[in-house]
Design a protein around this ligand. Structure first.
Ligand code: ATP
Ligand code: MG
Length: 641
């Protein structure tokens, strides 16, 4: 291990007691054009400015600085089980492509500080575009390619991009999803109009080009084959990008990030948390449209000198387009992946496959699998941990934080994980639990409170809400009376060993006859039943009790939906289980069986929408929803009752 003599407890203490010395030392993990004068300026809380006076560049750190030692090593490995294509770019080749992209941007008028909105499938050009922006100091704003015109239009209006980069189409489950018509419609809907649109043509779908506005990357690239675009030296506190939150709980927020702090935070996390080493391969199954994609598909691994896999496709589809539940494991074998990052929702998909698929490939290169994005339930964690026989490391964070808040830093000191817990506070994070109404700090093990962070937040954390400092302060820092702390809006408890457990979002609380219960706790109890594949619990208004819990369960055996006797039996068993685990107040009023649950495109449960449907209300903005049929099914179940 890298710091054999340091215990994690010491490491963490240093980061909190002597933050300047701690972060100055972490800052050596990246290259600076000009050294910083001040580690952290926190003169105006809650705004933390990291590495003031320093100048650096994200693209330089991700690409250029590796040319000396690893020019011919793999950098970007693009694999699409949708098109069957597979292509590796070395650091040298990536350097060339990024400059071609940067030169094309320049030809379209992009300058330092301009916004470039990226609305793309998981193809190499998406990474080129992000890195090209970073190279020239343009602010990228990646919008998840699965979003429809309405969501895209509101983000265009918020980001006011000079140029939009897109493609003819994406593909999902073998079905071509044209992007261009969605983009055209979004631009029609938005008040802000981009000056130019740059399009990668994958020849998947025809494109109607708008004369004067639309340009083909395939053509522009040809005119810039030998382009040399040097890195713009950015102030550490200059904006690198904005990204919107998943929108699980409402109106998406434009999270704004700096340059130097982010680069240092990622470099440090690659070393201390992910334990990824230069020359190895990292595989994150996320999407560039999410924060995990920014931090751990594009920037983090490349900054660390690792190759990164950019994967387009389902976890259950082979390169020939035929079903293959082992596709990811085949990539681990082929590219000797050492660190893998996915989400519990993806593992639950794989769990429905034959477990023998986990043994089909040689996974000896793999050291750990990291999972994040939603609570990792114990049965899922056990299943994958036994199947892969490597540590499964849960990590808790947010779009806002940019890198893990709670996890296990095995790169500092190897520590056991605990099922159901993402782990302990990461260095630099002053994590506290506060009483929800008094705001008092909870210090005893097992006390449940709101997870908050005391400022200054560490490098890499959001700077502010894009163009709205007031919203940043009001939304995140003013929720506890008399205290300025950052609220995560999640519930948590801490055990006697300092491990945290996340119990769900603060707005996912049910109040049954005066008892406040987290939906997550009830879900955890239900998911322990062997016949349960997935579960969502929501609170539904009830005249007598205020609210009651309602459970929607996906049984492992879908046949159960047709068998009313078996359904009734399972419903009774589930209720008994909750009674035994949590007490009768937590017992769901009804358990309803469905074949799927409504989720966002990033795999997060849309409890808000389920609750609205149960209460006969409008489900609100559903453009981030993955599978509208799942919500319809719930509507039918509720109506049939
Ligand atoms: P919005 O803020 O727009 O409602 P969102 O919170 O879903 O969207 P993200 O920033 O992508 O958007 O998700 C962060 C949230 O996901 C966390 O606040 C937490 O609720 C949940 N989460 C992430 N990782 C974990 C984890 N390991 N365990 C439990 N919950 C997690
Ligand atoms: Mg959130």
């Amino acid at each position: 291990m890298s710091n054999a003599t340091t215990t994690y407890a010491d490491f963490y203490r240093q980061s909190i007691d002597k933050p300047d010395a701690f972060w100055a030392s972490q800052a050596k993990l990246i290259d600076w054009f000009k050294p910083f004068d001040r580690v952290c300026n926190y003169d105006n809380p809650p705004f933390a400015h990291w590495f003031e006076g320093g100048q650096t560049n994200l693209c330089y750190n991700a690409v250029d600085r590796h040319l000396k030692d690893r020019a011919d090593q793999a950098a970007l490995i693009c694999v699409s089980s949708e098109t069957g294509q597979e292509k590796t770019y070395t650091f040298k080749e990536l350097h060339v492509e990024v400059q071609r992209m940067a030169a094309s941007f320049r030809a379209l008028g992009v300058q330092k500080g301009d916004r470039v909105l990226i609305y793309m499938p998981m193809i190499a050009e998406a990474a080129f575009a992000m890195l090209a922006c970073a190279r020239m100091g343009a602010i990228h704003c990646v919008v998840f390619g699965g979003f429809a015109s309405g969501s895209l239009a509101s983000r265009i209006d918020d980001a006011t991009p000079k140029v939009i980069v897109s493609a003819d189409a994406g593909s999902r489950g073998g079905k071509v999803v044209p992007y261009k018509p969605l983009l055209d419609e979004a631009i029609r809907l938005s008040s802000h109009k981009p000056e130019a649109v740059l399009l990668a043509d994958r020849k998947l779908a025809p494109m109607a080009m708008v004369a004067g506005r639309d340009h083909l990357w395939n053509e522009l690239r040809e005119t810039h084959l030998d382009a040399q675009v040097s890195c713009e030296w950015m102030n550490s506190t200059d904006i690198s990008y904005t990204i919107y939150t998943s929108g699980t709980t409402g109106r998406p927020k434009g999270v704004q990030r700096d340059t130097g702090g982010y680069a240092v935070a990622l470099a440090a996390s690659m070393k201390h948390i992910f334990d990824g080493r230069a020359g190895e391969t990292y595989f994150s199954t996320s999407d560039i449209g999410w924060v995990v994609g920014h931090s751990y598909i594009v920037y983090g691994p490349l900054i660390a000198g690792m190759a990164t896999i950019l994967y387009e496709g389902l976890p259950t589809q082979g390169m020939d387009g035929k079903p293959d539940g082992a596709i990811w494991w085949s990539l681990v074998e082929k590219y000797r992946v050492t660190v893998m990052f996915s989400a519990p929702t993806a593992v639950r998909v794989l769990k429905k496959q034959d477990p023998a698929l986990l043994k089909k490939h040689d996974l000896s290169s793999l050291r750990a699998l990291f999972l994040a994005g939603e609570p990792l339930d114990e049965p899922t964690a056990r299943w994958i941990s036994e199947g892969l026989n490597v540590p499964i490391i849960d990590n808790y964070w947010q779009t806002e934080s940019g890198w893990p808040i709670l996890t296990i830093a095995n790169g500092v000191e190897e520590k056991a994980s605990k099922f159901g817990s993402p782990g302990v506070p990461m260095y630099g994070y002053r994590v506290k639990l506060l009483h929800e109404s008094t705001g008092e700090e909870l210090t005893k093990p097992g006390e449940k409170g709101v997870v908050v962070l005391e400022g200054p937040t560490p490098p890499g954390f959001m700077q502010t809400v894009w163009q709205d400092d007031e919203r940043f302060v009001a939304t995140y820092w003013k929720t506890v009376p008399g205290k300025m702390v950052y609220s995560t809006f999640d519930w948590g408890i801490r055990d006697k060993d300092g491990y945290y457990f996340i119990l769900g979002r603060t707005d996912d609380v049910i109040n049954v006859a005066g008892h406040r219960l987290g939906t997550r706790e009830i879900e955890e109890s239900i998911s322990g039943h062997l016949q349960v594949a997935e579960v969502a619990v929501v609170g539904v208004a009830d005249a007598l009790k205020g609210q009651v819990a309602m459970a929607f369960v996906v049984p492992k055996d879908a046949g159960l939906l047709q068998d009313s006797a078996a359904s009734l039996k399972l419903e009774k068993e589930i209720m008994k289980r909750v009674d035994d685990d949590l007490g009768a107040v937590a017992r769901p009023a009804r358990v309803r069986f469905v074949t799927a649950l409504p989720k966002t495109r990033s795999g997060k449960l849309l409890r808000r929408a389920i609750q609205a449907v149960c209460e006969g209300r409008d489900a609100g903005d559903l453009t981030t929803m993955d599978d509208p049929a799942a919500l319809e099914q719930i509507r039918d179940r509720v109506a049939a009752a």
